[in-house]
Design a protein around this ligand. Structure first.
Ligand code: FES
Length: 163
């Protein structure tokens, strides 16, 4: 993302240092992830230490620190979804997309992207609709009562085809 775009986002905020979340969210909405360069730039521009921005970016599960695919699939691993089989849903998605969990961060959040850059898969915390557990989200669309059997149908909506 170029500096001009980031400047335009920052200018919208009257008190940029108090509006870190909003600024980072807007950058991610455009760029799909928060690059290290963008965080460094924002840090200098609004005079908030990089370490503080990084802490915010890693604390909230909806922030991505790595480049992501065209479609982002988030599997809720909150308590209700966990009880209803979130781990199996996650495993099945890894299998269907041909990606495996190779890296994890301290908070167990992980982000995997298919080689063709079509899908990114990650684990997330409660989406606030536990009664529909297990729940997954693809981009901005929520899917409840998900089963392993209906995963291919959901993926096909986003151009996935069995290889
Ligand atoms: S635990 Fe999954 S939506 Fe709440």
């Amino acid at each position: 993302m170029d500096a001009k775009t980031i400047d335009e986002i920052i200018e919208k905020y009257k008190n940029p240092s108090g509006m870190v979340l909003g600024i980072l969210e807007e950058i991610q909405n455009i760029n799909k992830y928060l690059s290290k360069d963008a965080l460094i730039y924002v840090s200098k521009k609004i005079n908030v230490p990089f370490s503080q921005l990084y802490s915010v970016a890693t604390f909230y599960s909806f922030f991505n620190l790595n480049p992501v695919g065209e479609h982002i699939i988030s599997v809720c691993t909150g308590t209700a979804c966990h009880v209803k089989g979130a781990a199996e849903i996650l495993k099945s998605l890894e299998y269907l997309l041909g990606i495996t969990k190779e890296e994890s961060t301290e908070d167990s959040k992980f982000f995997l992207t298919t080689h063709d850059g079509c899908f990114s898969l990650n684990a997330a915390r409660c989406f606030g609709c536990c009664s529909m557990a297990p729940v997954i989200k693809v981009d901005d669309k929520m899917y409840g009562y998900v089963t392993i059997q209906n995963l291919p149908k959901i993926l096909k909506e986003y151009g996935w085809s069995k290889k």
